[in-house]
Write a protein that binds this ligand. Structure first.
Ligand SMILES: Cc1cc2nc3c(=O)[nH]c(=O)nc-3n(C[C@H](O)[C@H](O)[C@H](O)COP(=O)(O)OP(=O)(O)OC[C@H]3O[C@@H](n4cnc5c(N)ncnc54)[C@H](O)[C@@H]3O)c2cc1C
Length: 453
């Protein structure tokens, strides 16, 4: 970089070193802003990090990293090393215990085809309807996905198969997703879908971005929580830190979601905090559960298996088939992941875990004698799988002058996960460089990139 890009704010303070905060901080540093990135934990990455348990490197959230989405593009654009090892084969589907789609493109076709053998659906008609709807917006509005599939001729087994796909990649149950949101997802990821595993864990990726911020004159402060936002004349002008210190800023970028950002605003501007809460009220988080089993022999020969027809579990991965470095020599890690029966109700994680473990007994058979449970974890509240449901994305990334929001609560439609946070950060920084964060109170317009196509 030869000098600041036109419109780059002098000092940018970024709250939260998740994917969204790190991508925004790196892009602002590249544009020439002086960046301070605050992270309350002692490590970077948030839900895109990893930690060591008994010599096994387990993710704090994201474990499958897309190699051709906006996150990978961010690394590429900034020239930051992206240590992710590609998974050579496509996703495999387990339909009533039979593995389909092995090693080939067109997994959705194989999945629908195989499920249709169970319920007599016309697979060609369902796939043709999907193709048509992808080419033009569906005329039938925001109907729940299962109803839309049924109207296209899908029987219960096909609906259950698509449900597993939605659980695995959109983090919700099919009945919670509209046909439009599903089609948005397919469109956003069309022609993409190459995934990989970082052999040193997701944390290595987050650390590389933090290193980029440091090497571009920025500062990454670990163990440093923002305690409040400083507001003057209706504009956010800085951040309160522990011990009464303040950090002035030309722009503050928040990666901590609506609820926490509203709490940070509360003391200096209760009205702005209330309107932020209102804006976030339409955005619900998607909870989930993961279990990690260690074993000498893998349970599946395929790294990524979407499983259909279970109580809860939708995905079983064996990352060590691709990256043996994640486990001690001679060991494997199997991860299972599930949604909750209702993503709108995360109040009973215990029974959700019981259902998850019952699925594990079915799927991995003798795992209790062949392996051992390394960790079971529930993701909900402030640490969910995703902070917003696909299709309920909010309409503005600059809700208060001087403040920009990034992260998966303000993602562009269609994108899930880490790619969503990376794309949101790109759009937020583009908006900041264009001065959109500085507009006067009351002149907010809907963010064009966030409104539904
Ligand atoms: C179990 C699970 C599996 C997943 N699997 C995948 C996957 O395979 N692929 C994929 O793409 N996505 C996956 N995701 C989703 C993905 O992890 C998230 O969408 C993404 O990491 C969200 O990043 P973020 O920047 O929006 O937020 P976060 O990662 O939540 O970052 C927010 C950061 O802010 C910090 N913070 C909070 N309050 C403060 C404060 N007051 N001051 C300073 N710092 C603060 C937090 O500690 C955190 O580090 C998964 C998530 C989970 C939980």
């Amino acid at each position: 970089m030869s000098g600041p890009v036109g419109g780059a704010p002098g000092r940018a303070v970024v709250i939260g070193a998740g994917v969204g905060g790190l991508c925004a901080a790196a892009r602002l540093a590249a544009a020439g802003s002086e960046v301070v990135l605050l992270e309350r934990l002692r490590h970077v990455g948030g839900r895109w990090s990893s930690r060591d348990i008994d010599g096994f490197r387990l993710p704090t959230g994201a474990f499958l990293i897309a190699m051709d989405d906006p996150l990978a593009e961010t690394f590429d654009e900034l020239g930051v090393e992206f240590p992710v090892r590609a998974i050579d084969e496509r996703t495999v589907y387990s339909v009533q215990g039979r593995l389909v789609g092995t090693g080939q493109r067109g997994g959705l076709r194989a999945l629908v085809g195989s499920a249709s053998e169970l319920d007599g659906s016309d697979a060609d008609a369902v796939l043709a309807r999907l193709r048509d709807a992808l080419a033009s917006p569906p005329p039938d509005g925001d109907v729940p996905l299962p109803d839309w599939l049924a109207s296209a001729g899908a029987g219960p087994a096909v609906v259950a198969a698509v449900h597993a796909l939605v659980q695995a990649f959109m983090g919700l149950n099919a009945s919670e997703v509209t046909a439009t949101a599903f089609l948005d997802y397919l469109r956003a990821t069309a022609g993409r879908g190459r995934h990989g595993i970082p052999p040193a864990g997701s944390r290595s990726l987050a650390e590389n971005l933090a290193g980029f911020v440091n090497s571009h004159g920025g500062e990454v402060r670990l163990g440093s929580a923002a305690k409040g936002l400083v507001v003057e004349g209706g504009r956010v002008v800085g951040v309160d830190l522990d011990g009464g210190a303040q950090l002035p800023a030309d722009v503050v970028v928040s990666d901590v979601g609506f609820g926490t950002t509203a709490k940070l605003l509360e003391r200096s501007d209760a009205g702005a905090a209330a309107s932020l809460r209102d804006m976030g009220a339409t955005v619900s988080a998607a909870p989930g559960i993961t279990c990690f089993v260690a074993s000498k022999e893998p349970f599946f020969d395929h790294p990524v298996v979407v499983v259909t027809g279970t109580r809860r579990v939708c995905l079983v991965t064996t990352p060590t088939l691709v990256a043996p470095e994640l486990a001690p020599p001679g060991w494997h890690i199997t991860e299972s992941i599930s949604t909750f029966a209702s993503s709108a109700d995360d109040s009973d994680p215990k029974s959700e875990l019981t259902e998850h473990m019952a699925d594990l007994d079915d799927l991995l058979g003798d795992w209790r004698s062949r392996g051992r449970l390394l960790q079971s974890a529930t993701y909900r509240g402030e640490w969910p799988v995703y902070r917003s449901w696909p299709g309920t994305d909010p309409a503005d990334r600059f809700p208060v002058p001087g403040l920009a929001l990034v992260g998966d609560s303000v993602k562009p439609p269609g994108w899930p996960g880490t790619g969503a946070s990376a794309e949101g950060a790109r759009l937020a920084v583009e908006g900041i460089l264009a001065g959109r964060h500085g507009r006067a109170p009351g002149t907010a317009t809907a963010d064009p990139d966030m409104t539904r196509r």
